[in-house]
Write a protein that binds this ligand. Structure first.
Ligand code: ACO
Length: 326
């Protein structure tokens, strides 16, 4: 059986750092509130020229370098994002242009914070058909462009960044992506959503359009996030008959430290086995897992043969999990 394997990882963060102390100057909040409720201390904020496609391209270059591949080797680019530079073309097409990846086709995928595990799942389907394909799987966001900076309920949570993987196929049945499972429930979308720009067609103009920024029912999102990620993880473990104790590292979407602690408790997993970097970057939506995966990989936290679990939850609602033998 042909399995998806990761040939290289990369990430890029904007240079500008916004600390909790900086946020105290902008809204009625405190370092103590943000730290205890979310675990976040800093986030990166994009500046001039650091559009989503630029961050994505830079992360992709780092992944290509690790994979010892050039842009022309890439056959497909898939970007998970809810903050593309433009409505059209896709962010992936702009990445293709930036990299001169002339042999690729390119598309975006919107699954909010679950974007990266969704993109991996799609890439796997192409790899199964043609294992020689080299695919850039990217999660990239500039959420700072879609946050209401006067709403303390949301603006303290998010940050910008990009992460990427180069993936291909392997006939070695014992390594690579062992299982992937996706879920969604659109009926709950109002608990976490972001309107598009107001319609130019008055007949389609939403009566309750109140700005194109992120709105969230925090407590509800919290409950669904914990239960849903647990369910997705148990699903892939059961399918592969892998006990949770065999997992070397869980790399979850970096939403909130309390969500991740709660998840670890429910799964009976030691906190050292859950990779956390949200203190440095906040919630970077689709970018959070590939950034964390790249950091863990470069830090040597993932060894060949390790079982690694990715799990995500986000707007839609969308959620899912991927189980790898590295
Ligand atoms: N600073 C200070 N006070 C604040 C802030 C802030 N930044 N934000 C809210 N508060 C206040 C509220 O106004 C409220 O005040 P009140 O009691 O006078 O009305 C009080 O703090 C408590 O508000 P709650 O919303 O009940 O606080 P809670 O303990 O639920 O924490 C939080 C809020 C952190 C958003 C939590 O619900 C949460 O983590 N939810 C998950 C949401 C999440 O992670 N979303 C990310 C996107 S989805 C995803 O990536 C999975």
């Amino acid at each position: 059986m042909n399995r998806l394997i990761v040939l290289g990882t990369g990430s890029t963060l904007p240079t500008k750092v916004l600390s909790n102390a900086g946020l105290e100057q902008m809204v009625d909040t405190s370092d103590e509130w943000i730290t205890t409720r979310t675990g976040i201390k800093f986030r990166r904020i994009a500046s001039v020229g650091e559009h989503t496609s630029k961050l994505a391209s830079s992360a992709a270059r780092n992944a290509l370098e690790m994979a010892h591949l050039g842009s022309a080797d890439i056959n497909m680019i898939i970007v998970g994002t809810i903050t593309p530079d433009m409505g059209m073309p896709s962010c992936a097409c702009l990445v293709q242009k930036e990299l001169s990846a002339v042999n690729a086709f390119a598309l975006d995928l919107n699954a909010a914070c679950s974007g990266f595990v969704y993109c991996l799942d799609v890439a796997e389907k192409y790899i199964k058909v043609d294992p020689s394909m080299k695919i850039l799987v990217i999660g990239a966001e500039t959420l700072s462009s879609r946050v209401n900076w006067e709403d303390r309920n949301t603006c303290v949570l998010f940050g910008d960044g990009a992460g990427a993987c180069v993936v291909s196929g392997s006939a070695d049945d014992h390594r690579g992506l062992l299982a992937s499972k996706l879920f969604s429930d659109g009926s709950l979308y109002k608990l976490l959503y972001m309107d598009s720009a107001p319609s130019m067609n008055k007949d389609l103009l939403s009566k309750d359009h109140d700005g194109s920024y992120i709105k969230m029912a925090g407590r509800d999102v919290f409950k669904y996030a914990v239960r849903s990620m647990e369910m997705a993880i148990l699903n892939v473990l059961e399918r592969e008959q892998v006990p949770i104790d065999d997992i070397a590292l869980i790399i979850p979407h970096q939403a909130n430290i309390r969500i991740l602690k709660s998840l670890a408790e429910r799964l009976g997993v030691a906190s050292e086995k859950v990779y956390i970097n949200l203190d440095k970057y906040g919630n970077t939506s689709a970018a959070s897992i590939p950034i964390a995966l790249d950091e863990a990989n470069r830090e040597g936290r993932i060894k060949p043969g390790d079982l690694v679990l990715l799990c995500a939850f986000g707007g839609g609602f969308t959620w899912g999990a991927s189980l790898f033998r590295w």
